[in-house]
Write a protein of this length. Sequence first.
Length: 254
Amino acid sequence: MDTNALFSVAGRVALVTGGSAGIGRMIAQGLAAAGARVYICARNAERVAKEADSIEGDVIGIAADISTLEGIETLVSELSAREKALHILVNNAGTLSDAPIDEFSEADWDGVIDLNLKSPFFLIQKLLPLLRAGAVAEHPSTVINIGSVGALKIGPREVYAYQASKGAIHWLTKSLAKNLSKDNITVNAIAPGFFESDMTVITDDAMREMVTSMVPRGRTGLAEDMAGAAIYLASRAGSYVTGSVIPVEGGLSI
């Protein structure tokens, strides 16, 4: 058995939303290092271009606001003009609102649900022709939705819409996996725990000790942890895995 080929994503084409920072950047960096051509998208054109240039490998930045259907269609149009097939889609772009229940507004709710839940569904829908074009039975195209440990365990923060959206993403993943398997497309979710990013900032040593004390592995997540999970799912090694939610959280949800 050629294990190098088994875990290879060389020559595959990937799109990572929210790929200019945080978990999205970790995944984009890992896929590019493993030989994939990676497109990253984010709203800020200057930032996405800068980050694409800073990641080693074949990485291309596209500025797009996928919180709206119009923005999704613009992204799909630009990608379709460049590529005839898409093998890996990582739905990572997301946001959260943290507010007490008495103050949680409709705008807080709608902004989170639109980006975290509606956008992944319609992006998958609009990219189906490219995903189908890249799919074969032996090596399916794969969709990786980024869920959250927050949909597996309730934390201390009041992030109601975020947790609801991530719980829904976990179940949407299963529904899509069942219906797209006939097209040789696998759909899985990764549920990250505490990875330091723009969304999850550790401000001091006391906070770090508090966070790591809750994690059986005794540390926060590393870029290699996230990249490894994504590479596995996108490679031939993960071709028989679909509809799964894979916690990458050091045991935080136990």
